[in-house]
Structures are given as structure tokens and as C-alpha cells.
Design a binder for this molecule. Structure first.
Ligand SMILES: [Zn+2]
Length: 320
């Protein structure tokens, strides 16, 4: 049987046909996200368009599609199938699931935010396979998180929970986009890493980071990691401090949920061992109860470019 996964982004809306057993994307396509959606319906129409393109292009019968999953950044009421608010596309209160049903797609349809989808995708098709409880953390522009307990997504009331990025790790610390001060996101996101890199560069005019940033054309999330790998002391200091911030949040998650594993996704996770080895060390040293409690494994996520479509498709399996 087949699943359809729709990955909504600020630039494009991707759609794919997924084999529900193997987790392979058999066909995929995309359209450009409109700059502006005038009526709420026009957004749902674009989603319907991508679904139609997937069915047409993959040449499967819609009867063999078990369900459709939609993943999207923002605040999603997954129970009612409504996009309450999306930060990168100007839409509010769009009943996407009802709209698609009205267009004749009479299979189960689910929508959830991108971090929850990514968590499920890893759990069902990726690095989280075989575990019972996992936490998933994505380090990008912000810090997103998804929590799976006993094989099911934990979302809190009206799907408004599981926002681990907004737990405070430094009281009265850096201002976060959510309005609080000292959130994990304000220290562990790629955005925060860039800010931390720039701050150290200012104080270290001889650091290799200056040269690396010039080569890349800008200071990025990679600048300090590249410098550290070349033996630059200031770069290593940035990386060490940044990893420590990530670790503070991970140990908090371990102490609350004691999952089998915590998976790390997002652009920064491409650093793989440079990230996960020190984080595992911190986890082993600081998680509550030490060696008397079961170890929490820290791992990089594995789905990479397919995470969006597979994560959305996994919503259907989560609800089955
Ligand atoms: Zn916050």
C-alpha cells in the first residue's frame, strides 16, 4: 500500500508517494509556494494540486493510497486538521483537512507541524526504528522537537505541547523569539551558533574563522566547526560552548522522559560525530542517576533530504 506525504515549506510544497512497508519514496514532485495566499481556500487548493500531481505522476490508483499526511511549520491543531498559524507562509486558521475531504479525497488525512513529522519519520523509517520512546530535536533557524512515547506522538492539549526549544536553560538569558529570556532555542539553534561565532570572532582577530567566513562569503553554522577541525583554538571554544548548550537541553529531556534515544536533526546534525560524541559524553556524565539508570543514546537523524515527505507520510501510520 501507499502513503502520500506533503512537505510544506516557505519556498516549495513537495509531495511524494511512499511505499508504506519499505519507506521508499517512489515518486516525488513539487510546486512553488505562492508569495501570498489571498483566501484560506487558495492554500488548500495548492495542497490539493500537489496531491493530484503525485497521483497522476506516479500512476497509482487512489484506491491504493491508505492516507495523506501533511507536514508544515507553524502552529497546527492536528486534532481538527487546521493550520492555526504559520510563520513562514501568511495563513491563519485554514481547515486544510476538511478542504481536502470536500475536494473528494476521501481517505484519512492528517496534518502536523514539521518537527513532529520529522520525529515520526525517523521513528518509523529512520534512525529511531526499533526504539519505543524517542525525543527528536532539530537544530535549525530555531530548535524544534518531537516526542514519541510508546510509539505514539505526544502533543499535549490542542497539539500545543512538546515545544522543548522553549524551555529556559539560562535564567534571564538571551531574548528568545517567543518573548521569554534564556530559552534553549536562543542558545542551541543554528541562528544562535552564528551569533556566538561572530561574538568570539570579534575578540579573536587572529582566528581562522575570519578566513573561513571570507571563503564561504558569510559567517554560517559551519564556520566554527570548520575552524575547530583545522585546529583553531577560538573555533574550538565556540564549538565546545555551543555543544554544551545543546547538551543542557538534551539532559533535561532525558531526565523528564528517559527515552531510549534522542535523535538530532537539522543542518547542524551534518557534523555527525563531532556533535554526537561529545553530547553522548555529557549525557552519560550528567543524566540523572548516572550508570544506575538506563543509558540514553544520542544519535544523528538519518533521513536528511527525504525527512519532510517521509515524516508527513508517517503521520498516517501514527494514527493507524
Ligand atoms: Zn522561547
Amino acid at each position: 500500500m501507499y502513503l502520500i506525504g506533503i512537505d510544506v515549506g516557505g519556498m516549495s510544497i513537495k509531495g511524494g508517494l511512499v511505499d508504506s512497508e519499505s519507506g521508499k519514496i517512489l515518486y516525488q514532485t513539487a510546486i512553488t509556494t505562492a508569495e501570498k495566499y489571498d483566501t484560506s481556500n487558495s492554500f488548500s487548493e495548492d495542497i490539493a494540486k500537489v496531491v493530484a500531481l503525485v497521483i497522476e505522476g506516479s500512476k497509482v490508483s487512489f484506491d491504493n493510497v491508505v492516507g495523506i499526511g501533511i507536514g508544515q511549520p507553524g502552529t497546527i491543531d492536528s486534532e481538527r486538521g487546521v493550520v492555526r498559524y504559520s510563520n513562514n507562509i501568511a495563513i491563519e486558521n485554514v481547515p486544510v483537512v476538511d478542504d481536502l475531504h470536500k475536494k473528494g479525497y476521501n481517505c484519512p488525512i492528517y496534518i502536523n507541524n514539521d518537527a513532529n513529522c520529522a520525529a515520526l519519520g525517523e521513528y518509523i523509517f529512520g534512525a529511531g526504528r526499533g526504539y519505543k520512546d524517542i525525543c527528536f530535536v532539530t537544530l535549525g533557524t530555531g530548535v524544534g522537537s518531537g516526542i514519541i512515547i510508546n510509539g505514539k506522538l505526544f502533543e499535549g492539549r490542542s497539539s500545543a505541547g512538546a515545544e522543548a526549544g522553549h524551555m529556559v536553560i539560562v535564567a534571564n538569558g538571551e531574548r528568545c523569539t517567543c518573548g521569554r529570556k534564556g530559552c534553549w532555542e536562543a542558545y542551541a539553534s543554528a541562528t544562535a551558533l552564528i551569533r556566538q561565532t561572530k561574538a568570539v570572532m570579534e575578540k579573536a582577530p587572529d582566528s581562522m574563522m575570519h578566513e573561513i567566513a571570507k571563503e564561504e562569503g558569510k559567517v554560517s553554522g559551519k564556520t566554527a566547526f570548520v575552524a575547530a577541525k583545522r585546529g583553531d583554538r577560538a573555533g574550538q571554544d565556540v564549538v565546545d560552548a555551543y555543544i554544551n548548550y545543546i547538551g543542557e537541553g538534551l539532559v533535561n529531556l532525558a531526565n523528564i522522559f528517559r527515552p531510549d534515544a534522542i535523535l538530532i536533526g537539522g543542518g547542524i546534525s551534518r557534523e555527525r560525530d563531532y556533535l554526537t560524541i561529545p553530547l553522548q559524553k555529557k549525557m552519560d556524565a550528567e543524566a540523572y542517576g548516572g550508570e544506575h539508570n538506563p543509558r540514553v543514546i544520542v544519535k544523528a537523524a538519518s533521513l536528511q533530504n527525504d525527512a519532510g515527505i517521509l515524516g508527513a507520510a508517517a503521520l498516517v501510520i501514527n494514527k493507524e
